[in-house]
Design a binder for this molecule. Structure first.
Ligand code: ATR
Length: 274
C-alpha cells in the first residue's frame, strides 16, 4: 500500500488531495494522499524523513513555496526540471529522491485536449514572468513554437527567462503588447491580473491570427477577466483547470502504479468545491 503527499505552506487551499482521492476511489486502490503543511524551516527535515523511509511516504507533490528549494535538495532531478530549477513531483527509489516537474505536461495536455492544433503557430505571447510562467515557456518552446514573446511589467524578469530558455524567447515590455498580438496564434496569461480587484487592462485579441487560442493558467475563477474579454471578442478560450488535473496524473502513476484518467466527472468534483 502506498502513501503520497502534497507539501506546501500554506497548504489548505490545495486541490490535489481531492484529485488523487477521486482517482484512488474510482480505481479502487488502497493507499492515501494527504496534505502536509511544511514550513520553510521544516522542508529539509521533511525531505530527509522521506529519503530515509521514516515518513512512510513513497513520494508526493511539492507546491508553493517549495518548488525551487526541493529541486536543490532532491537527489535525482530529471533534465526537464534541471533546466527549470523547480520540481513538483518526487518519488523514492533505492533510497534516493527522484524528481520531475509535470506543470508543462499538464499545460500542453490540456491544450491538446481542448484546442487541438494550438501548437501549429509561429508566435505565442505569454503574459507574466513569475515562477508559474517558467514551465509554460519551456513547454511551448519544446512543442516547436518559433517565437515566444514574454511580456512582463518588470522587463528584467522577462530578460532572465529569455537567457534561461534560449533565443526563441523574446523579453518584452507591457507597452509592446498591441504590436505583439498582431498575428499571434496563442496568448497565455500566467499572472494573477484582475484576481485582486485591481482593474484589468483591455487587450485587443481581435488582431490575433485566425483560429488563435487564448488560455490562462489561473483556474479560480474558471473564466478569468482576461478569458472573458477574449471570449467576448470571439476568440477560442481554454481555462486553466485542465492543467491542474493533468499535471497530477504522472505522479499518481509513479506512486500508485496505475495511469489515472482526467474525465468530466473529476473536473466537476473540483468545480463543485470552488
Ligand atoms: P507566480 O509564481 O504565481 O507566477 P509571481 O512570481 O509573483 O507569482 O509572478 C507574478 C506575475 O504576475 C509577474 O509576472 C508579475 O509581474 P512583475 O514581475 O512585474 O511583478 C505579474 N503581475 C502581478 N500583478 C500585476 C499587475 N498588477 N500588472 C502587471 N503584472 C502583474
Amino acid at each position: 500500500v502506498n502513501h503520497a503527499f502534497v507539501a506546501g505552506y500554506p497548504i489548505k487551499h490545495s486541490r490535489s488531495p481531492l484529485i488523487h482521492g477521486y482517482w484512488l476511489k474510482s480505481l479502487a486502490l488502497e493507499g492515501s494522499y494527504g496534505a502536509q503543511a511544511v514550513s520553510p524551516e521544516a522542508l529539509v527535515g521533511f525531505l530527509q524523513s522521506l529519503r530515509d523511509g521514516t515518513s512512510g511516504f513513497g513520494g508526493g507533490n511539492i507546491t508553493i513555496p517549495h518548488k525551487e528549494r526541493a529541486f536543490s535538495l532532491c537527489d535525482r532531478p530529471d533534465d526537464l526540471s534541471r533546466e527549470l530549477g523547480a520540481v513538483n513531483t518526487l518519488w523514492l527509489k533505492d533510497g534516493l529522491l527522484h524528481a520531475t516537474n509535470t506543470d508543462g505536461y499538464g499545460f500542453t495536455t490540456n491544450l491538446d485536449e481542448r484546442a487541438a492544433g494550438w501548437d501549429h503557430c509561429d508566435t505565442a505571447v505569454i503574459l507574466g514572468a513569475g515562477g508559474a510562467s517558467r514551465a509554460v515557456i519551456q513547454a511551448v518552446r519544446d512543442r516547436g513554437v518559433k517565437t515566444i514573446h514574454v511580456v512582463n511589467r518588470t522587463l528584467e524578469k522577462a530578460r532572465e527567462l529569455a537567457d534561461r530558455f534560449g533565443p526563441s524567447i523574446r523579453a518584452q515590455a507591457m507597452g509592446e503588447m498591441p504590436d505583439l498580438m498582431k498575428g499571434a496564434g496563442l496568448f497565455i496569461n500566467t499572472t494573477s491580473l484582475g484576481m485582486d480587484g485591481t482593474p484589468v487592462p483591455q487587450i485587443d485579441f481581435t488582431t490575433m491570427a485566425k483560429g488563435a487560442v487564448v488560455t490562462d493558467i489561473v483556474y479560480v475563477p474558471l473564466k478569468t477577466p482576461l478569458l472573458a474579454q477574449a471570449e467576448t471578442q470571439g476568440l477560442r478560450i481554454v481555462d486553466g483547470l485542465g492543467m491542474l488535473l493533468h499535471q497530477a496524473a504522472p505522479g499518481f502513476e509513479k506512486w500508485f502504479g496505475r495511469r489515472p484518467v482526467v474525465d468530466a466527472a473529476l473536473r466537476q468534483v473540483i468545480i463543485d468545491d470552488m
